[in-house]
Design a protein around this ligand. Structure first.
Ligand code: F6P
Length: 313
């Protein structure tokens, strides 16, 4: 494995993936997703911020940008020639592209997570989970790659193929070049990002927030999963959680599109990701739109959350 830290040289994504020993088809797929993100970032910067007049499967109003980003991703994945099945957070079904092609991959993605933050000009992102073969209803531990693209003041791409976590930045030519290799998380969090309404937290989760406050952890929550997880990875420190709530025992975040890829990235950086009782990557999805509570980040604090939830609920 290459040494952790920043790099002085411009190494582009394709070359890095090859040097990282990633299979050719998977390299091609990740680079196609990186290509798609160039169009998505352009739409975010200049596109229509209005509503599309449709709603997604969760009854949330879709923005024109959600619909456009979904189309951009879907087209690129279809064109890649290496994808069997796709599932997008914006639509209901698993869509078969070339389901019987041996050696292909299947992809679950959220094309524009946190899109309600675009009008207030906060950061948003694309989240991608990749499996070998055609089955998307597998435990997250079967993922062969996970990545997100963060559209903030800068556009960055963070991926893992099970060999560490690596960050790339989009340069002036819209190419991704290596920023940091082998990102590592400290064991203890000094930053916390808590989702959901505190007055609906269970006693265990309330106890966990009190524990974080008592140890002097700083609250840093943007309301976007991608920037919030990116913050803890890049600062090498932090915990993000969106817990089970009164009236929402499964929380809000979706296992296939949001939690599995983030859990894979966090674990690969030496952190932990749990639903409060079980490792996220061990959860068997029952339905494409399953939600789970989530506690992800520095491993000692995830363990503390599990301990408090086990004793207080
Ligand atoms: O799932 C969409 C999303 O916007 C995530 O990006 C984010 O973590 C979460 O919802 C925020 O939800 P809330 O507004 O309830 O804190």
């Amino acid at each position: 494995m290459l040494e952790a830290g920043k790099t002085k040289f411009q190494i582009d994504l394709r070359r890095y993936l090859r040097e990282d020993g990633v299979d050719d088809k998977l390299t091609h797929l990740i680079c196609e997703i990186a290509e798609a993100s160039k169009y998505i970032v352009n739409s975010i910067r200049t596109g229509d911020l209005g509503v599309a007049g449709t709603s997604n499967l969760y009854g949330e109003e879709q923005l024109a940008l959600d619909v456009l980003s979904d189309r951009i991703m879907r087209k690129r994945l279809a064109k890649s020639g290496v994808v069997s099945n796709v599932a997008s957070e914006e639509t209901r079904d698993v869509i078969a592209l070339s389901p019987h092609c041996a050696g292909n991959y299947s992809v679950a993605f959220d094309p524009l997570d946190g899109s309600s933050l675009v009008d207030v000009n906060l950061a948003v992102g694309t989240i991608v989970s990749i499996y070998a073969g055609s089955d998307l209803m597998q435990r997250g531990k079967r993922q062969v790659a996970a990545l997100y693209i963060l559209y903030g003041p800068r556009t960055t791409l963070v991926y893992t193929t099970g060999n560490g976590v690596h960050e790339f930045g989009m340069n002036q030519l819209m190419e991704y070049t290596l920023l940091r290799r082998n990102i590592r998380l400290a064991p203890k969090a000094g930053i916390y990002s808590p989702g959901g309404l505190r007055n609906r937290y269970s006693p265990g989760v309330e106890g966990f927030v009190c524990y974080l406050e008592a140890k002097g952890a700083k609250l840093r929550y943007s309301g976007g999963l991608v920037p919030d997880v990116n913050q803890l990875l890049i600062k090498s420190n932090g915990i993000f959680f969106y817990p089970h709530l009164q009236g929402a025992p499964q929380g809000k975040l979706r296992l296939l599109y949001e939690l599995n890829p983030m859990a894979f990235l966090i674990e690969q950086a030496g952190g932990a990701a749990s639903n409060g009782r079980q490792r996220i990557l061990e959860v068997q999805p029952q339905a494409i739109d399953d939600c789970q509570p989530f506690f992800g980040g520095c491993r000692d604090d995830v363990a503390k959350a599990e301990e408090l939830i086990a004793s207080r609920g």
